[in-house]
Design a protein around this ligand. Structure first.
Ligand SMILES: Cc1cc2nc3c(=O)[nH]c(=O)nc-3n(C[C@H](O)[C@H](O)[C@H](O)COP(=O)(O)OP(=O)(O)OC[C@H]3O[C@@H](n4cnc5c(N)ncnc54)[C@H](O)[C@@H]3O)c2cc1C
Length: 340
């Protein structure tokens, strides 16, 4: 029997699963309340780095698998029907400089084979910093740091790229589709994949999900800023240069509030500009998203709907949805493949 696969959710998790199933010849359709830039995925900085997701023993292998797929995409851009040029989909490698304001930062074990290196102490690091921002001295805001090359997904390009890959092989995306429960998915689909992000709280009554609210400010491209600067100590701070602009962040509080907070935006601008030693740039846009953090860890497992159909849950990726996307999608596909 030919399987028909319905995916609930058009964020990075749903789109990545959709691409994998559709490119393997499954009839695949995505149904979602919001699509594209309206999803929480559209608000992300989308740098590859495991952050705010559990459990580490699963997150790191999923993240490393995703790293491989993204590097492969950069090295071997995809040809798509109807498109003259092969595309990297807005994915590029960028140097991430991860700092601590207060302590000696530890390089995670998994980062060492990827080439992570400790940044010289602040006193001797001026040149390294200048290489990145050519303004010098912003490292004086930090006590220690390490550098690592990682993939960056420009969400303004990457989400459309995934959607087009799915559509190019006959997949479908249906927006404005809101379900109260998964059993409402058309019975013509015999496999349902739940990629509803924070929406799974209501959709499958998962009280383990916690909204880790994040706010960012999009500012114009910053001259000579060629690497991503991140500091996870409070106040959380990052400046991530993209193709056409720069993402300034950020916040991480437990809250459902999707309205941009002007005070938070002002604090983000002040802290990023203080670190970069530049004047506050104008704000092009403010974005707020709810990281779907799940206290007991990412939910990636098979279950059965009340009507007997199989569902595979794939949600709860917290602050790492992009970082885990391909590793998780491949595991979903392996579970789905077993059914055939
Ligand atoms: C400010 C910020 C910065 C971030 N930075 C990074 C980063 O640098 N790197 C990284 O890896 N991650 C980052 N994240 C985390 C990342 O954005 C999320 O983990 C990821 O977007 C989750 O993707 P998802 O597809 O699972 O969920 P979402 O993008 O939330 O998509 C869920 C989909 O399900 C649909 N849906 C939900 N409920 C229903 C329903 N009842 N019926 C129908 N459809 C429904 C929604 O409409 C949507 O289409 C960041 C997040 C924020 C907020």
């Amino acid at each position: 029997m030919e399987h028909r696969v319905a995916i609930v959710g058009a964020g990075v998790s749903g789109l990545t699963c959709g691409v994998l199933f559709a490119e393997h010849g499954y009839r695949t359709a995505i149904f979602a309340k919001e699509t594209g830039q309206q999803t929480i995925s559209g608000a992300a900085a989308a740098l590859w780095f495991p952050y705010d997701a559990e459990p580490a023993e699963k997150v790191i292998p999923w993240a490393l698998q995703t790293y491989k797929v993204l590097v492969d995409l950069i090295c071997h851009p995809m040809h798509s029907p109807g498109r003259a040029k092969p595309s990297h989909g807005g994915v590029s490698m960028i140097e991430l400089r991860q700092f601590s304001r207060t302590s000696e930062i530890q390089i995670p074990d998994w980062a060492i084979p990827l080439g992570a290196r400790r940044l010289p102490s602040v006193a001797t690091s001026v040149r390294l910093v200048q290489d990145c921002a050519q303004r010098g001295g912003y490292s004086s805001a930090f006590k220690s740091g390490f550098a690592l090359k990682v993939p960056l997904m420009d969400t303004t390009i990457y989400l459309d790229y995934l959607a087009n890959r799915l559509l190019d092989v006959g997949g479908e995306i249906h927006g404005n589709a809101r379900f109260e429960k998964l059993e409402e998915v058309d019975l013509n689909f015999d496999l349902v994949i739940n990629c509803a992000g924070i929406g799974a709280r209501e959709l499958v009554q998962d009280i383990d999900l916690e909204p880790h609210r994040g706010q960012v400010a999009i500012v114009p491209k910053i001259d000579n800023l060629s690497c991503a600067i991140v500091c996870d100590d409070l106040p959380l701070m990052y400046a991530i240069p993209r193709t056409n602009d720069c993402v300034y962040g950020g916040t991480n509080d437990i809250s459902d509030n999707l309205d941009a907070d002007p005070i938070a935006t002002a604090c983000i601008l002040d802290e990023c500009s203080r670190v970069l030693k530049i004047d506050n740039p104008p704000v092009l846009a403010e974005r707020v998203g709810l990281r779907p953090f799940r206290k007991s860890g990412v939910r990636l497992e098979c279950d059965r709907l009340r009507d007997g159909r199989t569902v595979i849950h794939n949600y709860g990726h917290g602050g790492s949805g992009f970082t885990l996307s391909w590793g998780c999608a491949e595991e979903v596909f392996a579970l789905g493949g077993l059914l055939g």
